[in-house]
Design a protein around this ligand. Structure first.
Ligand code: SAH
Length: 290
């Protein structure tokens, strides 16, 4: 049932002809910039990015292919902000902790069309969104422009590993939501998130657990029965257990902060957060103070 999306392939941006000039026809001034270095070995599955790129016109359709991301966004945004406050409190800088996301330098990795990135900018954060899908970035930049968020929200076409090589320690918060289950080497992404954070910074990750229940809910239920997601959106083999994600985070150097499950009742169409992490979950971790 799951499709063959798992083989890692290099992204060939020359043949796609979309590396630098994809934003040139846009009247928008918030155009995503591209610093993509084709010589950098990158951790990406081109067919995965292509799936999202092909749906780029759907990003801001609240009842379209990404309706679920729009629905869960307020919940995850609040949880991210709570963890930012808690993390900065423990880092002994309670003044900035109280402000939550406001005035924090945030990096959103695998930002897609910017649903989360934009909501964090609206809370006062200075946000950089990165993705490897140029159509996604184009949709994100256009929407940011239309939302008058140009001053505090920008998008960049760059692999996280490449950004980590030049911007180590420059972010207060790094988010990487619903992306790790689409990459060949999620541990390397977690490691790059660690590098990019300043000491005391908070990282929030989300993905899908791997067990029979998550197969039933996230693939059979969401893609085939309820049609919440397009078929083939997820590949079961790439789901990540909380223990595996925890290990990646600890190996990268993080300390644990919190973990929570994201739940959905198709009858009531209600989403909520709860301790059970059998299917969708989020994890917050912190880079220790130096
Ligand atoms: N984080 C967003 C979008 C999730 S969809 C949200 O939760 O609302 C997954 C996104 O990850 C897609 O936009 C896809 O293009 C991107 N992606 C996949 N592999 C990537 C990689 N290696 N680096 C950066 N982005 C990647």
């Amino acid at each position: 049932m799951s499709q063959a999306f798992s083989s890692a392939q290099p992204v060939n941006h020359q043949s796609n002809n979309d590396s630098n000039d994809y934003a040139n026809n846009e009247p928008a001034t918030n155009t995503a910039t591209s610093d993509f270095n084709q010589n950098t070995a990158i951790n990406v599955d081109a067919s995965e990015v292509e799936k999202f790129n092909n749906l780029a016109s759907e990003w801001w359709n609240k009842t379209g292919a990404f309706a679920t991301l729009h629905e869960i966004n307020p919940l995850r945004l609040n949880w991210i902000e709570e963890n930012v406050k808690r993390g900065f409190m423990s880092a002994d800088s309670s003044k900035t902790a109280e402000m939550g996301l406001a005035a924090k330098k945030v990096l959103d990795v695998g930002c897609g069309g910017g649903i989360l990135a934009e909501s964090m900018a609206r809370r006062g954060a200075d946000v950089t969104g990165i993705d490897l899908g140029t159509e996604n970035l184009k949709a994100a930049a256009l929407h940011a422009e239309q939302s008058n968020l140009n001053d505090t929200l920008r998008y960049q076409h760059i692999p996280i590993e490449q950004l980590a090589a030049t911007h180590a320690g420059q972010f207060d918060v790094v988010t990487c939501m619903e992306m790790l289950e689409h990459v060949p080497d999620p541990a390397a992404i977690v490691e790059a998130c660690f590098t990019l954070l300043a000491p005391g910074g908070v990282c929030v990750l989300s993905t899908i657990n791997r067990n029979p229940k998550s197969y039933l809910f996230a693939i059979v239920g969401a893609e085939y029965v309820l049609r919440l997601l397009d078929r083939g959106t997820h590949d079961y083999a790439k789901f990540i257990t909380p223990a595996e994600l925890d290990k990646m985070a600890i190996t990268a150097g993080f300390t644990r902060q919190d973990i929570i499950g994201l739940h959905y009742n198709p009858l009531t169409k209600r989403y909520w957060l709860a301790q059970n992490v059998d299917v969708n979950y989020m994890m917050a971790v912190q880079k220790p103070l130096a």
